[in-house]
Design a binder for this molecule. Structure first.
Ligand SMILES: Cc1ncc(C[n+]2csc(CCOP(=O)(O)OP(=O)(O)O)c2C)c(N)n1
Ligand code: SF4
Ligand SMILES: [Mg+2]
Length: 454
């Protein structure tokens, strides 16, 4: 592979002072310098190693139960790799994990935002296939209708399964249908809404359908055109906070209210990251963002708590770097729940300006700090527990160490710059930010203590 690296010209970007730029950020006048074109030659040796590994080292995922714990989950082949996101982006690890768990049968409706851009850096895409040729199906829609777009996928898929169901029942009732076909068809009908059962039944049915079509059976000919709908799909709708809390909120509300089996993942960067960090309803009080140049003056919307009021929506707030077991549990429970699910995932972003040494290389550690100090809280609301007379709300994060809250804020440029620009007001704002975080935490404590036994 012969080629040249790109030149990065010094530009007019403003320096955030985030320290993440190493030597290359064109926005940093001190460290920034134009990169010169260099031959690509050194990478050829690496390419040979890569090709060797791809050819000779296979996934070990079949040796363990990949869903049983965090360690095992990482044996699963990621079906999302080499994205166009910033290094250390807090969003992509969630997308990758979901692709490892459900990628072989995953369908994604993606809102416009960073996730749609790094997932479709045309002409390439980080979504890929396993050795059986299975992988996520991805498409991107508008900001304002991403949930309805995903709901369309759900309904389309549902119709196709209804058609298969009808055709299989016809085949079962027909004289002359081989007993083996009838048994496999009955197995699919019984397990069509269960991922593993539908996979097992599909594996038996597909060759029988193909043989029937070959022999001239009209029902089998039609079934053959539909056989890629046999395995239960894992439907995901992915969007940022701008899409979910603000512009696409009406659609999100409509889709979770529908009761359909759909999983929504909100990648919460607390700003409109892809367009340079504008304030959204998720931006917390006190943070500087575009359109909130003096620090936002009103509190963050609690999207998760709002969704719990339906009672039949699975809801979770997660932060992978703070508790990866809780993150895995919530994602698995959401996917398994046979109704609407909403997961709100905390995602550090270059727009936050992490001051910690290592910058975005420490984004997972920043998630842990956010939870430790009470800035972000981990919880799950599982409607299935309510049906068993148990409290559906579980607060998963420990009692915060509020003494670390103030320092956490000062560890990010989006807050530190308020202090620099408005020294007199900053402390007042930060105290108010802490009060808001405590209000929110206390509302979770109250919910976790509710008695659901009657
Ligand atoms: C209706 C509409 N308004 C504005 C835009 C421009 N736009 C594209 S991506 C984006 C930011 C997305 O923010 P968010 O949903 O939080 O996702 P993030 O980029 O932070 O992951 C904006 C404003 C658009 N595509 N459509
Ligand atoms: S701008 Fe933020 S959310 Fe977007 S890719 Fe970069 S780190 Fe990720
Ligand atoms: Mg965002």
């Amino acid at each position: 592979m012969k080629g040249m690296h790109f030149v990065i010209e010094p530009s007019v970007l403003d320096c955030l002072g985030c320290g993440n730029c190493a030597d290359v950020c064109p926005g940093n006048p001190k460290k920034g310098k134009a990169l010169t074109m260099v031959p690509f030659a050194g990478d050829e040796e690496e390419a040979a190693r890569w090709n060797y590994l791809v050819k000779n080292v296979k996934s070990k995922q079949d040796l363990v139960d990949i869903k049983s714990n965090v360690k095992n989950s990482q044996f699963a082949q990621p079906l999302f790799e080499f994205s166009g996101a910033c290094s250390g982006c807090g969003e992509t690890p969630y997308v990758k994990l979901i692709s490892q768990l459900f990628g072989d049968r995953e369908m994604i409706a993606n809102a416009t935002g960073c996730s749609s851009i790094y997932s479709a850096s045309i002409p390439s895409t980080p979504y890929c296939k396993n050795d059986k040729g299975q992988g996520p199906a991805f498409d991107n829609s508008l900001f304002e209708d991403f949930c309805e777009f995903g709901m369309g996928m759900v309904l389309g898929n549902k119709k196709m399964k209804e058609r298969i169901n009808m055709l299989l029942n016809e085949a079962i009732a027909k004289d002359g249908t081989p007993a083996e076909f009838k048994t496999a068809a009955e197995e699919w009908i019984a397990g069509k809404d269960d991922a593993e059962a539908s996979k097992a039944a599909a594996a038996k049915l597909k060759p029988l359908i193909a043989a029937g079509a070959e022999a001239g059976c009209e029902i089998c000919k039609e079934l053959k055109t539909l056989d890629h709908y046999l395995v239960k799909r894992s439907q995901w709708i992915i969007g940022g906070d701008g899409a979910s809390y603000d512009i696409g909120y009406g659609g999100l509300d409509h889709v979770i209210a529908s009761g359909e089996d759909v999983n929504i993942l909100v990648l919460d960067t607390e700003v409109y990251s892809n367009t340079g960090g504008q304030s959204s309803k998720s931006t917390p009080l006190g943070a500087i963002a575009q359109f909130a140049a003096q620090g936002k003056r009103i509190r963050k919307k609690d999207l998760g708590l709002m969704a719990t009021t339906y009672g039949y929506v699975y809801v979770a707030q997660i932060a992978m770097g703070a508790d990866n077991a809780q993150c895995l549990k919530a994602i698995r429970e959401a996917e398994a729940y046979p109704g609407p699910s909403l997961i709100i995932a905390y995602a550090p972003c270059i727009n936050h300006g992490l001051k910690a040494k290592g910058g975005m290389g420490k984004s997972q550690a920043e998630e842990a700090k956010a939870v430790e100090c009470g800035y972000w809280h981990l919880w799950r609301y599982n409607p299935e527990l309510a049906e068993q007379g148990q409290n559906p709300f579980s607060l998963d994060s420990k009692e915060p160490d509020w003494s670390k809250f103030h320092d956490f804020l000062l560890g990010e440029v989006r807050y530190l710059s308020v202090k620099k620009a408005y020294p007199n007001e900053a402390e007042e704002l930060f105290a108010e930010a802490e009060r808001m975080a405590k209000l929110r935490y206390n509302s979770y404590i109250r919910k976790s203590k509710e008695d659901w036994s009657e």
